[in-house]
Ligand binder design. Structure first.
Ligand code: ADP
Ligand code: ZN
Ligand code: ZN
Length: 690
């Protein structure tokens, strides 16, 4: 027994208790042996037996209730490492969730279900499988690093050698500047020291290439992928491989930030600005932020990669907290595409809606066709048309359950709500007045593909969005066709801008990027800039095509600062102007936010809960440090017949906001029962959208 062990007798165990039960989630049990903190156990809870984790330093006040003994010890696997426990304590505290709820939720579901002998069996099977693995192939040759890459790698090497925790590093470079190559070299160094590497990516399914590249580069190492599409059995297996130290590289989406890795030596967060690092339900954690914290805890370097860093990260660079490693040039001297901002208001205006594509853009597409080059046309709206409309009576295809229109999907003749899923056949006639002539209004990718097919006869079209890639193998098939040169024009939503290394695309066009300029969400311009930069990065990746590469922006607002900065590929200028706006408006990263959300069938119930919460706050001392705004409906105020309301809490100090929330939220739990009809409430720390 090590000196850190919890002594036998009364042992604190963290379990998952439903939040509404208002049960503490650290319970005392009786143990007949001394246990390491982090040991997995099964304990009786009420009439059930549930998974639990032995914890240290969180013992709760003793009660007179006789202690129940621990039912099973799952000690055929090592205890969870101390740093893992520390990470979970931090995350539960920071995101205001129960320690038990969060800690058990981030473990594989199978692990929570299996008893000791079942788990031992799984382990045996796992080890047997490992013995039969194939001979390693030889690794592809690695290119000699250029000067910027070498400098970046040297800085990372230095950071790993330092005894003190190093500053987080931002690897700042456009697509094609060689960031991934730097990740691979840093990974290699870490592996050489027998350390494990955690590589976080926004999406794995969309970017199978990165996984391919990592496995090819390290054929003698075990690489596991952790993401939401794994079966429960696969999830347990990858988790165990990481936890047992048998996986050398864990490549995963946001949940992988919680992977237990006893030999962790490096964390990489690719596309660190990507919104999908923020969990959008339950514990709304940011995997990027937790990765930075975890690196600090474990004293390992963390590398955040992006062409368009989040403004939070960029502000840390400007203030000197993070270190910027710059890759300013594309590999092989490839130039960034020339950005052409096309002013839609210069088009002659015939009757009716403006054309999907300006004639000049069509000509540019025809040029590509005649040269056998590929084009990518980008529109961030799927379906055929966002709404159907009856000109006779004004009927529109509203969703009966949400504050949204139902989208017209032509291929299966449905009207579909993208928020609640409510789907119906397209009516033959207007449901209100019987008019037979109901028309699609506006344009989604499905319609754009159809229109482009008509405008460019003979062009081979493909579509890449959530509808076209649904179903097994469709996504891979489309990608393969593009890579094989079997597609001339690819139409897609933002899905298409993520990470794909399309070599033969010389034209990227954003046909309707204006909505983000006037969105109520303060992060909309930041997201749009990142998206367009990333889309531009899909063009001209081959040096010999780069001089002809273009990015077209069709806009009614050509003077907008966002497009001006984009034209010059000038991230720093864009960031400076955004930060200026944020500073004067008191928004992040200069203020810290939490959003209290409430949902009910009746909006008045949700509002009353938020008002009462504000009154409770007003009576608290800590509320001096925060500003609480009145309740408002979010932009999607009704989803599936549930009304939503939200209330913003703002503070100049992160720690004071934390202190206030920690005092305030327990009181809201107590008040909940008084609000009959409240469906649920939750707090979102550092919300992505307000
Ligand atoms: P990013 O991740 O920034 O998009 P990559 O690392 O994928 O960039 O590099 C883009 C391309 O250039 C890849 O095909 C990669 O193999 C290649 N590459 C990267 N670094 C070098 C180098 N130093 N010399 C030659 N080719 C390189
Ligand atoms: Zn009508
Ligand atoms: Zn709906």
């Amino acid at each position: 027994m090590s000196s850190d062990d919890v002594t036998a007798g009364r042992v604190p165990v963290v379990v998952e208790t439903p939040q509404h039960a208002r049960l503490a989630d650290v319970l005392d049990y009786l143990s007949e042996r001394a246990l390491a903190p982090g040991t997995l156990v099964r304990v009786p809870l009420g009439r059930r037996e549930v998974a639990g984790i032995v914890w240290q330093g969180v013992a709760k006040a003793s009660t007179d209730v006789p202690l129940r003994p621990i039912a099973q010890y799952l000690d055929c696997v090592p205890a969870l490492p101390n740093q893992w426990l520390a990470l979970l304590e931090f995350a539960a505290g920071y995101y205001q969730r129960g320690l038990g709820e969060l800690s058990l939720a981030v473990l594989p579901a199978e692990l929570r279900k299996l008893d000791a002998s079942q788990l031992a069996q799984r382990l045996k099977r796992l080890h047997k499988q490992l013995r039969t693995t194939v001979e390693p192939t030889t690794a592809p040759e690695e290119p000699p690093l250029n000067e910027e890459q070498s400098a970046a790698l040297a800085a990372i090497t230095q950071a790993s050698a330092d005894a003190r925790p190093a500053a987080p590093m931002l690897l700042h470079g456009v697509t094609g500047s060689g960031k991934t190559e730097v990740y691979l070299r840093a990974t290699k160094q870490s592996l050489a020291q027998s350390r494990q590497v955690l590589m976080l990516v926004p999406e794995i399914n969309l970017t199978p290439q990165l996984l391919g590249r990592v496995t090819a580069r390290f054929p003698a190492q075990r690489v596991v992928a952790m993401h939401s599409a794994l079966t429960p059995a696969q999830r347990l297996q990858t988790w165990l491989l990481a936890h047992l130290g048998l996986a050398d590289i864990v490549l995963g989406t946001r949940l992988a930030v919680f992977a237990s890795m006893p030999r962790l030596g490096l964390i990489v967060v690719d596309e660190e600005h990507d919104a999908s690092y923020k969990q959008q339900e339950g514990a709304r954690y940011s995997a990027r932020d937790l990765a930075v914290y975890r690196a600090h805890l474990e004293r390992v370097p963390v590398l955040l990669g992006s062409a368009t860093p989040s403004l939070e990260t960029w502000q840390h660079v400007l203030s000197g907290r993070y270190r910027r490693l710059a890759l300013d040039r594309r590999i092989g001297g490839a130039a960034l595409p020339r950005v052409r901002v096309f002013d839609m208001s210069t088009l002659p205006r015939p009757e009716g809606p403006p054309p999907a594509l300006a004639p000049a853009l069509l000509d540019a597409l025809r040029d590509r066709l005649s040269r056998g080059e590929q084009s990518l046309v980008f529109l961030n709206r799927r379906g055929y048309a966002p709404v159907l409309h009856c000109a006779a009576c004004g009927w529109k295809s509203a969703c009966a359950h949400c504050s949204a229109w139902r989208v017209f999907h032509k291929h299966d003749r449905t009207l579909r709500c993208h928020h609640c899923g409510f789907t119906e056949r397209v009516p033959r006639a207007c449901p209100e007045c019987g008019n037979l002539d109901i028309q699609p209004v506006g344009r989604g990718t499905e319609r754009l593909e159809e229109q482009l097919g008509e405008l460019l006869p003979g062009a081979r079209m493909a579509r890449f969005d959530a509808d076209a890639t649904r179903g097994k193998g469709n996504l891979e098939r489309t990608l393969a066709a593009v890579h094989a040169g079997e597609v001339d024009v690819l139409v897609g939503t933002q899905m298409v801008t993520k990470g794909h290394d399309f070599r033969r695309i010389t034209l990227v066009a954003a046909v309707n990027p204006d909505a983000a300029l006037f969105a109520s969400d303060f992060r909309a311009p930041e997201r749009q800039f990142a998206l367009l930069m990333q889309a531009a990065g899909r063009a001209g990746r081959d040096a010999d095509a780069t001089t002809r590469s273009e990015m077209w922006i069709q806009t009614w607002h050509p003077q907008h600062a966002l497009f001006a900065a984009l034209r010059d590929h000038d991230y720093a200028r864009f960031a400076a102007s955004q930060l200026e706006d944020r500073r004067s408006a008191g928004l992040p990263p200069f203020a810290h936010l939490a959003l209290l959300r409430a949902e009910a069938r009746d909006a008045a119930v949700a509002t009353a809960f938020l008002r009462a919460a504000a009154e409770t706050a007003a009576a608290m001392d800590d509320s001096r440090d925060v500003m609480i705004y009145p309740p408002v409906p979010p932009s999607m105020s009704r989803v599936a017949n549930i009304e939503r309301m939200q209330m913003l809490v703002e503070s100049a100090s992160r720690s004071r906001l934390q202190r206030f929330l920690a005092a305030w939220l327990p009181r809201l739990h107590e008040q909940r029962a008084a609000h009959k009809g409240l469906a649920r409430w939750a707090v979102d720390i550092d919300p992505q959208a307000i």
